[in-house]
Design a protein around this ligand. Structure first.
Ligand code: SAM
Length: 256
């Protein structure tokens, strides 16, 4: 994927959609659910990777009293966040190369951002590096609910924002392989449906959305067909960093 593409889509959505509660399905609702589950104490060091305009970040600092830092690849979105709230700690960087010391964080959120990163495996390696052992990884994102058509999205243009969605099985395997133990998986696909309705109001139709965000040369009908086959859903996953990479053993144990 061209490096700039993933940001352009969200800069466009933020401009049209207003990004009042973030640029993702569910707004702050899933963040609240995840934080209630994790029970991190005030003063915890928390990173929000792919933070966009930093809406969640304000919530982390103001409500939970965390030492919260937002990281995003889009300087335009970070500038919007700083203009709205100059107190936010915002850093321009990619999830694949975090400018953060090892074992720094007690918690790390990736809200609708892991699937749009150029190299999610590299990003997961970075998430593991910067989290302390036992630190919480909170991921909410789109996933492919039809495993038979999961590779269908890879045929879409690199500018299409759902292209990086994978199946639940693939994602869980990926996270375990990077040295995490998965504590919670919840389906929240109803939030994706509501978000799609908001996009239809903003762009006139899903075809209108694909046309505006995926690039001039794409066939929006083709994207819509692929998306219908893959049946995208939305999930919340919570994991914690384990001591030592136990991915292989864990997989053997799970498979008997
Ligand atoms: C769907 S938006 C979600 C933004 C924010 N988490 C929210 O919920 O409002 C995806 C975000 O990921 C950012 N992004 C894309 N690729 C990235 C990368 N490689 N590293 C860091 N951020 C990235 C985009 O700029 C965008 O802000």
């Amino acid at each position: 994927m061209k490096q700039s593409c993933a940001h352009k889509v969200y800069e466009q959505i933020a401009a049209t959609h207003g990004a009042a509660e973030g640029i993702r399905p569910g707004g702050i609702q899933l963040t609240k659910r995840a934080l209630a589950w994790c029970q991190l104490p005030p003063g915890s060091r928390v990173l929000d990777v792919g933070c966009g305009t930093g809406f969640t970040l304000g919530y982390l600092s103001d409500v939970h009293r965390f030492v919260a830092t937002g990281i995003d690849a889009s300087s335009l979105l970070l500038d919007r966040g700083s203009a709205r709230n100059p107190a936010l700690q915002l850093v321009g960087a990619r999830g694949e190369h975090l400018p953060v010391a090892g074992d720094y964080a007690d918690g790390l959120l990736a809200e609708c951002s892991l699937s749009v990163m150029t190299d999610p495996d590299r990003a997961l390696g970075e998430f593991r590096r910067v989290l302390r052992t036992g630190g919480k990884l909170i991921v909410s994102d789109v996933y492919a609910r039809n495993p038979d058509c999961a590779d269908r999205l890879l045929q879409l243009p690199s500018t299409c924002c759902v292209r990086g969605a994978v199946t639940r099985e693939r994602l869980v395997e990926r996270i375990i392989d990077h040295g995490f133990s998965v504590d919670l998986w919840e389906d929240h696909s109803d939030l994706l449906t509501k978000f799609a309705v908001q996009l239809i109001f903003a762009y006139g139709s899903m075809n209108g959305f694909w046309l505006r965000t995926a690039s001039d040369s794409v066939d929006p009908g083709e994207i819509q067909r692929a998306v219908s086959e893959v049946k995208p859903g939305y999930f919340l996953l919570i994991a914690h960093k384990v001591a030592g990479k136990i991915g292989c053993q864990e997989r053997i144990r799970r498979n008997g």
